[in-house]
Ligand binder design. Structure first.
Ligand SMILES: C[S@@+](CC[C@H](N)C(=O)[O-])C[C@H]1O[C@@H](n2cnc3c(N)ncnc32)[C@H](O)[C@@H]1O
Length: 200
């Protein structure tokens, strides 16, 4: 349902579906991050461009070529560089012990994909590397919009603890917050927020 064709269509307009400003959790917490950064499901580049403007090297992965073209355009307009890779996370193989941080903002994936990918993400981090993640929680399903309409793709604190066994949480919580992220995400949202560090 939420495949490449779905996302390319969602991003078809010249407008930025989730705006051009970074996710506010990422903007508050980016000091936990170090480069090179792997940004999963980066979309139209708002988060990568923010990180690059703070001097961080970012590699963006997304299944949507349309989104990543818009990301490159946004980066150019802000005078920063980002690297992009059109790739389905279902088959993505991140380089081992390479990244300082992994960023996952609204990168909702089915458990089948997470179960293969997340151990690879842990392995892709350097010692003491960090991961930052924000995702809609299962409680978001009770709202009429925002996030996938599929319980399996929504997160909980317990799922995160279980799915990243080799990273020690620095912050792990579920909260309700007002989101203002373009036409794509606006209104009250139930989210889980996670910052964790791999063993040194
Ligand atoms: C809700 S958007 C979030 C975009 C961006 N992270 C942001 O916060 O603006 C979800 C993104 O996940 C990407 N995506 C969905 N499934 C994917 C997959 N299997 N592999 C790679 N990217 C995927 C979509 O193309 C889309 O850009």
């Amino acid at each position: 349902m939420y495949d490449e064709a779905y996302w390319n269509k969602r991003y078809a307009s010249d407008d930025y579906l989730y705006g051009t400003e970074p996710n506010s959790f990422l903007a508050e917490q980016y000091r936990f991050l170090s480069g090179p950064i792997l940004s999963l499901s980066e979309g139209e580049g708002r988060n990568a461009v923010f990180l690059a403007s703070h001097g961080l090297e970012v590699v963006c992965v997304d299944v949507s070529a349309v989104a990543l073209e818009k990301a490159k355009k946004l980066a150019k307009s802000r005078g920063v560089e980002i690297a992009t890779m059109v790739c389905d996370l279902e088959t993505f193989e991140p380089e081992e012990a390479h990244y300082g941080s992994v960023v996952s903002i609204s990168a909702h994936l089915p458990s089948k994909v997470r179960n293969r990918l997340y151990p690879l993400l842990e392995r892709s981090l350097r010692p003491a590397g960090t991961i930052i993640l924000e995702a809609h929680s299962e409680n978001q399903l009770s709202r009429d919009r925002g996030g996938p309409r599929d319980l399996d793709m929504l997160m909980t604190v317990d799922k995160l603890r279980r799915e990243f066994p080799n990273c020690e949480p620095v912050l792990l919580r579920e909260i309700e917050r007002e989101v203002s992220e373009g036409e794509g995400h606006t209104g009250m949202a139930s989210v889980v927020q996670f910052i964790a560090r791999k063993d040194a």
